[in-house]
Structures are given as structure tokens and as C-alpha cells.
Ligand binder design. Sequence first.
Ligand code: PMV
Length: 360
Amino acid sequence: MNDNAQFVPTTEGNEIPSFQTTWSAPSNIALVKYWGKKELQIPCNPSVSFTLDQCRTTTSVRFERLKDNLDHLSLALQYDGKPVPSFEPKVKTFIDRILPYAPYLKEYHLLIDTINSFPHSSGIASSASAMSALAAAIMDLEKQIYPSLTAEDQIKKCSFLARLGSGSSARSVEGPLVLWGEHTATPDSSDLFGVRLTKAADVFKTYHDTILLVDKGQKEVSSTIGHNLMHNHPFAENRFTQAKAHYQALLTILEMGDMDGFNDLVEREALSLHAMMLTSSPSYILMHPNTIQIIQEVRRYRKTTGLNLTFTLDAGANVHLLYPAHEAEKIDQFIASDMRKYCQDNELIYDRVGTGLKKV
Ligand code: PMV
């Protein structure tokens, strides 16, 4: 399955003049976490996420055909119509990396305009949704050049390209549940792109995710640094083994609709991710006191009410509260009355599980 060559175009395609397209891609929240990678975004363990619905990036790309092929990239980047040269190096690195798989990009000047649905400074990483929206626009151009490209191959390559920009972005193309990373329990799984998990019980297809914005600032240690600290980490191999076992267990939990199993596994995954940060060298702490307060209250609430409220964490202080749609009315009341106070400026985002990319 780890065959990059399948993504290199081998035939001459149509000559497409200037072309414009707009795509919206969601963020995602991992249930089994990706933490630790090899060269070119090959994950050290499989990860699974819920695709979100409301937290999205919308990206328009105008591909202007050049008179001569350039040997370098030509692009301009805007955020909501305003130039943002500071974002350009990251996008250039991404496009340079995908050029072997999308060589036709050298024939165009790219004018990229992007906007996030969530506030710019919300502590929510936008790289997953941003890279997947951009990859989707590029794959739309590829479809014009190679009209025989099937919808299935278009999606697969979109996830493949997005992964080269930001690993977790491979999981932001489809929904509601996506696996990225090889595992023997799922024969079509791959380290190169995400695949949908199709056998989950219905309850997991309408899950809610309310994001408590404990800290809206930039996190102190980036994910790139965090992934790197997994090299030479004393617990790295055990962590990768644990994540593989968790994936296998999660498959059964999802299929059986096992809510207790889900709550237990998802929380242990979140805390394992942060345990890696606490025990790396140098060590660091991204949770805030309010993160811990929320965790304690969520556990207390679940115990006293029997309702299936659980939490997960990304690489930051914010908390994702996960709960089934049929319990949302009561849990939303609890969140409004007891959880808002832990959020910076009382801000939170009500989101739920979604289906992935949308052409605008
Ligand atoms: O995609 P990256 O390189 O930003 O890494 C994301 C890692 C986590 O968000 C912490 C976990 C995950 O699987 O999404």
C-alpha cells in the first residue's frame, strides 16, 4: 500500500487554460492520536479522527496559465482578500513537496485566497483544514487535466497530497470517521492517505464536539517540535504499541456502539498524548489549570448523571467535549452553566461530526 508512484501522473493530459475553483474542508479531532512521525509525514502509528462540520477552511484558487513553464513556483497568498506574505513559505514548502505528484502546477501562477470559519486566534490549529482545502482545489484542476480520474482516486490522492502538508490533514477529506496509518485489522489502510471507517454504529455518526477555548493564543510548543521530540523519547515504542492496540480496540467499540468503552479509550488516548509531552526531553506542559478542572468536572458529571460526556485534547490547552446527539440537550445545559467559566472570554465552539470536503 505504501506506493508513492501510484500518485505520479504518467500520461499527457488536456491543456487547461486558467481555471478557478473553491473548496471548503473541515478540521478534525483525533480519537487515537498521531504523535511521532518518520520522513515525509509517515506516521509511527495509525490514528483515527472524527471529521468536524463547522470548523472549516474555505479556499479559492485561481490557476492562471503561464506562457512558459517555470522551474520554480509562482504563487500569491491572501487571507480573506488581503495579502499574507508571512504564510507563503509554508504553502511554498507544501507545493514544492507535492510537485512530483502534480507537475502540472509549474504551468500556472496560483492565486490562493483562504478564510477560516473559526476565529483566527482561537487556539484551533487550522493546518488540517487548510491543507486539505488547498489539496482539493489542486485535485479539481487535475480532474480537468485528466477527466478519466475517478471520484474515488480523486479523494484518495487529495488525502495523500494534504498529508504532505500536515499529517493530520490526511484525515480531513472525508467523514465522519477516518483512519490514517497502516494497521493489519483494516486491509485497505495506508500510511499515505486516510480511509473512511464505514462500520461504526449510527450513534457515532452524529456525535457532538463542543470545543472549550481555554486558551485562544498560539501554543508555546508547535506540533512539529512535539513530533520531533518523539525521536529518542524513552516511551516512544510503548506509545506506538499502545496506539496500535487502541486502534484495534476502538474498531470493536465503534462497531458495537460501546459507549463506556469509547469514553474510557478516548480519555486515555488524550492523556497519553500529553504524557508524551510531560516526559519528553525537554519536557513541556500544554494543559492549563482550567484544562484539568474541566477534566475532573467531566468525569464527575458522567459518574453522577450516567450521561456519556467525555473529553479529548489536541496538542494544546483547549478541551473537546464529545457526546452523543440524543443526550445533547441535557449536556449542552451543563456546558452552558458549568463549563463556560473555564474558557477564555467565555468562548466555546459548538461543533459536531461532519462528512468532509465540499465544493463551494
Ligand atoms: O498534523 P500535525 O503534524 O499538526 O500533528 C497533529 C497531531 C495531533 O493533532 C496532536 C494529533 C492528531 O492525531 O491530530
